[in-house]
Design a protein around this ligand. Structure first.
Ligand SMILES: [Zn+2]
Length: 295
């Protein structure tokens, strides 16, 4: 498998787990306006919009620095019981074959970074082995945002207040706790260094502890933005949140901030769910709005 793109000296591979029509736009965007969406719908087809449905992906990103392999987000995982979101339950995808196609096995992964602890970002943290959920990447350090551990751990008080608690049922128990129990987890705060030139920044709103990973190498920058953007519609309308965003005001503020940073730095934005070409640059127009640039 060829690298999807490079960041300076780093090669980045896209590991696809799932693709499909996810939901009608009015069911994904909390601030949906039909006329505004329809105006751009033609541009979104077919990569981002098909047959009346938002078209999306579950994909992980593998950064190979030459000396370290780092996976960003780990999809939904196989064999997991997901009563809150059946479309991603009991999957049996060949996700690890994709890793092999890039030239690596689970034992070659040095680090795993989860932008947040939602169901579709932590799944391959573990797999079912020997009668239990075991870390899929046995030699890796797993980096989780501390504020998301506080939020999504059902044993803690905040969990009951989250709108997404039902959708995230079982997720902490089968995909996060086993990693902590194995001693492989590190809970991180704003500004944490994951590797040389790789910094995790707080980007709250979608979840309380959501983090963006900024990667710099040889003067090039990429921002691995998790669920700050689900769809390019949110580049022209940063005020549009997904219905899965916990704090809509904070999420929209974060989205604007990240778009500003990406345009100012000429950074590649690498979201978790974008259709082809799966990552995007943005340009800030004179009137302060943003425009996607695919290259
Ligand atoms: Zn997601």
């Amino acid at each position: 498998m060829d690298a999807a793109f490079t960041i300076g000296r780093h090669r980045v591979y896209r590991l696809e787990e799932w693709q499909g029509g996810f939901s009608p736009p009015e069911a994904l965007f909390a601030e949906y306006e039909e006329a505004a969406f329809d105006q751009q719908a033609g541009d979104f087809e077919p990569a981002f919009f098909r047959d009346g449905l938002i078209y999306g992906y579950l994909q992980s990103w593998l950064i190979d620095t030459g000396s370290e392999r780092i996976i960003v987000d780990t999809g939904a995982g196989n064999d997991k019981d997901r009563p809150g979101i059946p479309i991603f339950g009991q999957l049996t995808t060949p996700f690890l074959d994709g890793l092999a196609a890039a030239g690596f096995g689970p034992g070659d992964i040095d680090k795993v970074f989860c932008t947040h602890l939602h169901i579709d970002h932590v799944g391959w943290n573990t797999e079912w082995r020997d009668g239990g959920w075991q870390p899929t990447f046995p030699k890796a350090r797993y980096y989780f945002p501390r504020a998301d551990e506080e939020a999504w751990n059902p044993a803690k008080a905040l969990y009951a207040t989250l709108a997404g608690a039902g959708v995230n049922a079982n997720v902490f128990e089968d995909s996060v706790q086993p990693v902590i129990d194995a001693g492989l987890a590190e809970l991180i705060d704003d500004g944490a260094t994951i590797a040389p030139g790789m910094t995790a920044w707080n980007s709250p709103g979608h979840t309380p502890g959501h983090m963006v990973l900024e990667v710099e190498s040889d003067g090039e920058t990429a921002l691995f933005t998790g669920d700050i953007l689900h769809h390019p519609m949110q580049i022209s309308r940063p005020d549009w949140n997904s219905v899965y965003c916990e704090d809509r005001i904070a999420a929209a503020d974060t989205r604007r901030r990240i778009l500003h940073r990406a345009s100012a730095k000429g950074a590649r934005i690498v979201p978790a769910h974008f259709g082809a070409p799966h990552s995007v640059f943005v340009e800030r127009r004179d009137d302060g709005t943003f425009e996607p640039r695919y290259r």
